[in-house]
Design a protein around this ligand. Sequence first.
Ligand code: URA
Length: 440
Amino acid sequence: MTEPFDAVDVIRTKRDKGTLSDAQIDWVIDAYTRGVVADEQMSALAMAIFLNGMSRAEIARWTNAMINSGERMDFSALGKPTADKHSTGGVGDKITLPLAPLVAVFGVAVPQLSGRGLGHTGGTLDKLESIPGWRAALSNEEIMDQLREVGAVICAAGTGLAPADKKLYALRDTTSTVECVPLIASSIMSKKIAEGTDSLVLDVKVGSGAFMKTLDAARELAQTMVDLGADAGVRTVALLTDMSTPLGLTAGNALEVRESVEVLAGGGPADVVELTLALAREMLASAGQPDADVEAALADGRAMDAWKAMIRAQDGDPDAPLPVARHTETVSAPRSGVLTRLDAYDVGVAAWRLGAGRSRKEDPVQAVAGVEIHAKPGDAVTAGAPLLTLHTDTPERFARALEVLEGSFDIGESLGEATPVVLDRIENDVVPRGLRGGAG
Ligand code: URA
């Protein structure tokens, strides 16, 4: 086949701060998926985009081209509204686990097609795989059946969904081109639009443990994704949430499942509960239930029942004991006072070095590895009392984890003003498919 463009010309256009044409974008994504554009050429283009950006129109076209690289799912046959949530990635972010069954309690289907962790941020599938027997890979038919019967599915996104993004994301990860608004926005939204959800709630993380370190950068990312949702007719709401400190009291796979189950049992750390409820309210409001009593569904066991059904449907045993690390090590408070900072990025890297995360996508992860947090910013601490407990099956990993934690916290006299969990909110005005009047 004769190719209509030359990759070198496309790269040069963006290198020289030009605008890519629709035809160039469609071709480069398709040719990269087919293997005609080489990894080194796509790396150069990704770096040119990283440095010179893309216009709103270029981002929209790029997103569409990635959607068109694979299949589109369609949940309209379910006969109930669908709502999904996506987080841009953080440390201790286990919210999907209690959130999906909680929303399903209200008759809204939650198709949560997820990924694995790479780098210091954890992956939802890695967390759930610490539950004995649980299976991440489902066929499209199994997904539909589970959505019909249980209402919530958390499973691996199949290879058919936005394959261009799969390839490109792996490349960006190894070429330092991840933290770029046009590339993150198109990556996330291409998968979510291809998945075919009626509405989408985005949890855009801000702070040291997130890709976006400042509120302004996170706002730009959120607005870009909300606009892409509007273009595709997907009701999209973004909450900007704090990721300067880890979410909850655990970072690591089995540790985070344990904490999620505590939330489903009506307990759990306040910040995890607050964010779970805030995101559930947004998802249900988008699905036409602005007054759903989500707190009651957590307190009275309905969300827990939905969780157990969801885990069992994927061959997991929700009542089996979770694996526990063979070795632990403690970091103690060097003096008494108030914890004024606990850095999300450092805790994430420590959990990763203990074995909770992977450096290359084919690496295995330890279910048991991670960091347990005994004090959060604002808490009083006493000299010698434990601040953090490190968990791993491979104790030779302690030294490097302890190294990164050395400068990870401050103890002072008082915290000053506490940072709220939800920092801002951005939405589009699309009416979700199921709520449109007439034939829409
Ligand atoms: N998550 C994604 O799916 N893609 C990105 O580019 C970043 C986070």
